[in-house]
Design a protein around this ligand. Structure first.
Ligand code: ZN
Length: 295
């Protein structure tokens, strides 16, 4: 026989379990493996570790994933990260490096004066946000941070290669030898699609390293102030991969910050070119992409 109070306790336990199951269901996320994907790359995209992905999906080995396989994404860390402020730190840069907004850090830490951080101060960084927002892979960010960005970059222009496969080396050779462009590769950056370069891989071209004008637009004036990013693929036939879009979002966000470029100046080849072009192809989701930058 159940006494009223133990009955209540059981009911409470039951309700608690029910709620936990509901929450777990709501947060269940999946990802369908695409050509060129690696488990590490997918894990990074969701802000979880490759090891967690492997365990969560009972994979015998991290490199045994196949195209079309549906992977379950483990819940990400929702525990805030502790960050200790170093000399020269600025809130907006700390936020960017963690893939969160400065306002989220201000809110979580109840900062009265966000401009007055002091060395040694402990900041809590929202852990959950890392999964939703996009941050550049650490090694890419470190490489980009070393470039002394010149002034005068006001636009970011997106292109496709118009080819099924491609990589920086071959594109550079083509621009140098066949197109007779002395500075080589006309784009500042190339993002791979798994054919010739890793899916979502960001490669910096020699022109960004040397802070030279682009060679990706028909107008010399536009090339002077436009950063060119090329996604490998023919988007008249296919959509860019999810990982390409993820990397593009992270790269554009970074460049906007570094060069102070507003979203309104992020555009595509077809929208800015003085001569008609279909680049980056009718399947490039321009509106959707630009909207994702505003959020
Ligand atoms: Zn183009």
């Amino acid at each position: 026989m159940l006494f009223p109070h133990s009955y209540h306790r059981l009911l409470r336990v039951f309700l608690l379990c029910f709620c936990l199951v509901t929450v777990a269901r709501a947060e269940e996320r999946t990802y369908t493996v695409q050509s060129g994907d690696t488990l590490g790359g997918i894990a990074q995209q969701f802000g979880v570790s490759a090891r967690d992905m492997q365990l969560y999906n009972d994979l015998p080995s991290a490199d045994r994933i196949v195209v079309g396989q549906v992977l379950r994404v483990p819940p990400g860390p929702d525990v805030p990260i502790r960050y200790i402020v170093r000399a020269g730190d600025v809130l907006s840069i700390i936020a960017r490096n963690h893939g969160v907004r400065a306002s989220e850090i201000i809110e979580l830490n109840e900062l009265k004066n966000p401009d007055a951080l002091h060395v040694g101060q402990v900041l809590l960084i929202p852990g959950h946000a890392r999964q939703q927002r996009t941050a550049l892979p650490e090694h890419v960010r470190r490489e980009l941070d070393q470039i002394r960005v010149r002034s005068g970059w006001t636009h970011i222009v997106i292109h496709h290669s118009g080819t099924r496969r491609g990589n920086v080396r071959d594109m550079d050779r083509y621009h140098r030898e066949d197109r007779r462009m002395v500075n080589g590769l006309g784009y500042h950056f190339v993002i791979g699609n798994g054919n010739g370069m890793r899916n979502g891989e960001i490669a910096m071209g020699p022109r960004w390293r040397a802070q030279q004008d682009g060679g990706h637009l028909a107008s010399a004036a536009q090339n002077r102030y436009s950063i060119g990013i090329c996604l490998v693929g023919n988007f008249d036939q296919t959509r860019p991969t999810a990982q390409q879009l993820h990397s593009l979002r992270a790269l554009v966000g970074y460049l906007q910050q570094r060069a102070g470029i507003p979203v309104s100046n992020v555009t595509t080849h077809t929208r800015i070119n003085v001569r008609p072009t279909a680049c980056p192809g009718r399947h490039f989701p321009t509106e959707e992409f630009l909207r994702s930058l505003r959020n």
